[in-house]
Design a binder for this molecule. Structure first.
Ligand code: ADP
Ligand code: GLC
Length: 494
């Protein structure tokens, strides 16, 4: 039974493997910073729990030791620190466990780009600490009503809570990307201190393995995904990635809430990473950023040529195969392309080769560069997002806000956040980008031709830019929807 606090003053432990700016590999880092900040504005007492990677330990300004757990069965000793996120003052609990987190490399991958071999233990610990702090096993005075988990890395929290005999919080798991599931060999179940009985179809077992995400989806009191369309897509093949059956049986407990963006950090009017700030009323200044971007990336400086951009992790999900196939025709339009990203080694090599083949016309920067990503959003004319699937996606929202209409594959959150340009949507003032439907180079190129035609018509292009820039992508409505789910959980499980 959850320990219910006074009306509306919900206490929520938000358990996440990454948070911007301390550690970010993708959108989950952004969401983990912005959603809790928006919830606090609504009066929710939300606090984050995350692993103490080196960038986290060195990135926090001041910290206070709140507890030591030196006799955790199954896990090395932990010191728990409290600190705050600098930009928003959101409180953090940091799991300092040098044996598992203090090492060079990324949060999930080692320096050679392979999964850390002890990821089950690393994220088993994140989940275990989440369950301790969200139950009467905690030694802290602060006890949450809700454990809000995110993705597979905290998927065991609801399982640990389920098997905890004492008082405990209600649990909610948000799926940001079902393609990542956290599957480990069967023996991991007992190594992480889960009861052997949980290793069943009605439990954490998934095709003979322990699945962290299945544990979360099976035991959590409620499930959210990051857009309404993705909530429907994951209940069927192929985007259920094997879990569509379980998800369909939990259909009543699934809500799709579209992500917002941090409208302070992503504001062309005040963004410190731009060469010149601009607004929907003063769009000519956007061109200055285009010139600076072309110069910085070694592209031919030309204010009229249509400059496309893409920024993301390089993975099969993001559809770079279509960009690679379309590149030669894109250059002939004529148009330019700038790409920023890193990840899959083969894609890195193919994209680097592409840039070599079209000097001055296609530029590729391999790496992670927050400042450059802002300049690209401002300097490009149109943003490409041919994602094979996209639970929500953030860049298509950044680009609309920056007057850079996106061309997106009609999937997941891209459907929910980009209004396709048609005579009807232009007339009603909602058109803000372009969608293409078939995941083929042909359909993608047809989409590109639609962008080109619109770009050549000054008046249509300006309308598209302004419609996008005036849209409200703030977190307020979505944070309110999360608060309603917290309320529902407390009433139904209280
Ligand atoms: P995902 O979480 O699937 O990677 P999202 O669109 O939700 O996709 O979020 C990706 C976030 O990561 C965006 O804020 C994007 O700008 C950022 N990002 C991805 N790759 C890079 C990169 N190489 N440099 C800077 N920012 C990046
Ligand atoms: C994931 C998804 C992305 C989403 C992000 C934040 O990584 O791939 O679509 O925007 O999480 O929710």
């Amino acid at each position: 039974m959850p320990a219910i606090s006074s009306h509306q003053a919900f206490k929520v432990l938000f358990i996440t493997p990454e948070v911007y700016p301390l550690c970010k590999t993708g959108g989950l880092g952004d969401v983990s910073a912005a959603l809790p900040a928006a919830l606090r504005q609504l009066g929710v007492d939300v606090r984050l729990l995350l692993p103490g990677y080196p960038s986290v330990m060195s990135g926090i300004k001041s910290k206070r030791k709140v507890a030591v757990f030196d006799e955790l069965s199954y896990f090395p000793p932990v010191t728990l620190w409290s600190a705050k996120l600098q930009a928003s003052n959101v409180p953090l609990y940091i799991i300092d466990c040098p044996a598992l987190y203090q090492r060079a490399g990324g949060p999930y991958l080692n320096p050679a780009g392979k999964n850390w071999p002890d990821n089950a233990l690393r994220f088993g610990l994140l989940s275990k600490m989440g369950a301790i702090l969200a139950s009467d096993a905690t030694s802290l005075a602060w006890q949450p009503d809700i454990a809000h988990c995110n993705d597979w890395q905290s998927g065991l929290v609801p399982a640990y809570l389920h098997f905890h005999p004492g008082k405990k919080a209600a649990s909610l798991i948000s799926i940001h990307n079902l393609a990542f599931q956290g599957c480990f060999p069967a023996e991991t179940v007992t190594q992480l201190g889960l009861p052997a009985a949980s290793f069943a179809m009605e439990g954490v077992e998934y095709y003979g393995n322990l699945s962290f995400i299945k544990a979360g989806l099976y035991y959590a009191d409620h499930i959210t995904t990051v857009s309404p369309t993705y909530a429907r897509e994951i209940q069927q093949e192929p985007l259920g990635f094997g879990l569509q059956g379980l998800l369909a049986t939990r259909s009543q407990d699934i809500s799709g809430i579209v992500n917002g963006i941090d409208t302070m950090a992503w504001d062309p009017v005040s963004d410190p990473h731009l060469s010149k700030n601009y607004s929907d009323k003063h769009l000519v200044a956007k061109k200055v950023n285009k010139r600076v971007l072309q110069q910085a990336m070694g592209l031919e400086v030309d204010s009229d040529i249509l400059l496309f951009a893409a920024i993301s992790r390089f993975s099969e999900q993001k559809g770079y195969d279509l960009i690679l196939q379309a590149a030669s025709q894109l250059v002939q339009i004529p148009a330019q392309l700038v790409v920023l990203g890193s990840g899959d080694a083969l894609l890195e090599a193919s994209l680097a080769k592409l840039a070599e083949a079209y000097p001055g016309k296609i530029a590729v920067y391999i790496g992670f560069d927050e400042a450059l990503s802002h300049l690209i959003e401002a300097g490009a004319d149109s943003f490409l997002m041919p994602s094979r699937f996209e639970p929500c996606g953030l860049n298509q929202m950044y680009s609309q806000r920056y007057g850079t209409p996106p061309l997106v594959h009609a999937t997941g959150g891209l459907i929910d956040t980009v209004v396709d340009c048609t005579p009807a949507t232009l007339a009603d003032g909602s058109a803000s980008g372009f969608q293409f439907h078939d995941m083929t180079a042909e359909d993608f190129l047809a989409g590109i031709q639609r962008v080109v035609a619109a770009y050549r018509n000054q008046s249509i292009w300006r309308r598209l830019q302004r419609n996008g820039m005036r849209k409200n992508f703030s977190w307020q409505a979505s944070a309110t929807a999360y608060r309603e789910i917290y309320q529902l959980l407390l009433t139904t499980s209280g």
